[in-house]
Design a protein around this ligand. Structure first.
Ligand code: NAD
Length: 243
């Protein structure tokens, strides 16, 4: 990407960038010349701390990111997420708490940030981009302990398509990425808990994805994808779920 006075470095907010896919996205975008602000649960180097489990956490994050990026954000990448198990026969309060937490972090906080982004893009004109990191689970479903995770990611896909359809005319573009297994902290725990070999047998490519592979897709959507692609949902799953 060549930056000029007429074509300045895009300003990007990436949520959940302390490790895994988010960290890879920040690395890829920075290498491509973007000015990136990252995010995690707590403040750190290059990272704004905001707990997305709390109502209002996303709005606080947006305000602080806008300040750090001199009042301009061109791209929002919603990557933060949790993959927490709850059994169908768990105590009622644990079931309710787990659903509430997963939907709050994975879907509501993403929606709150998308809302802030759309309002910001509209107010300043000139469009903008949203990239939502969803999951193969949105289409395929997930394990018996992860109904809520699959539901949150399916919600994210529906939201992305609604934004794409609603604001394309204003050059506000929205995309979703649906990874299968990606070798991060989250995937390592899951693979270990469910028998790695059996899971790998379900992936025709013979391996889980590398975070850099998901990051390259997210960076393409964030910086380069043509406007006509808006509303697209891109699979990155080694052909483990082909739709
Ligand atoms: P990860 O667990 O390695 O990292 C998650 C990030 O989200 C971290 O930076 C963490 O700080 C942040 N986060 C979690 N809860 C938060 C909270 N309450 N407040 C603020 N930040 C919070 O995850 P990952 O494997 O890199 O996954 C990134 C995204 O990709 C997630 O949305 C996940 O659902 C999705 N995904 C991952 C896989 C996989 O196999 N790893 C597959 C499909 C989709």
């Amino acid at each position: 990407m060549t930056q000029t006075a007429a074509n300045p470095a895009p300003h990007v907010l990436v949520t959940g960038s302390t490790r895994g896919i988010g960290a890879a996205i920040v690395e890829t975008l920075t290498a491509q010349g973007a000015r990136v602000v990252g995010h995690g649960r707590t403040d750190g180097a290059g990272v704004i701390g905001a707990d997305l489990a709390e109502a209002g956490g996303a709005d606080t994050l947006w305000a602080r990111a806008l300040e750090q990026l001199d009042g301009r954000i061109d791209v929002l990448i919603n990557n933060a997420g949790v993959f927490e198990a709850v059994a169908v026969d768990a105590p009622d309060d644990a079931w309710q708490a787990s659903w509430g937490r997963t939907l709050q972090i994975n879907l509501q906080a993403s929606a709150d940030l998308c809302r802030r982004a759309v309002l910001h893009f509209r107010a300043r004109g000139g469009g903008g981009r949203i990239v939502n990191i969803a999951s193969r689970a949105a289409y395929r479903g997930d394990s018996p302990a992860h109904w809520h995770y699959a539901a949150s990611k399916a919600g994210m896909v529906g939201m992305t398509k609604s934004i794409a359809r609603g604001y394309a005319i204003e050059e506000i573009l929205a995309f979703a990425v649906c990874p299968g297994f990606v070798m991060t902290g989250m995937a390592e725990d899951y693979l270990a808990s469910r028998g790695g070999d059996k899971l790998l047998a379900d992936i025709p490519l013979g391996r889980v994805a590398d975070p850099a592979e998901v990051a390259s897709v997210a960076a393409y959507l964030a910086l380069e994808a043509p406007g006509s692609m808006t509303g697209a949902v891109i699979d990155v799953n080694g052909a483990s779920f082909v739709r």
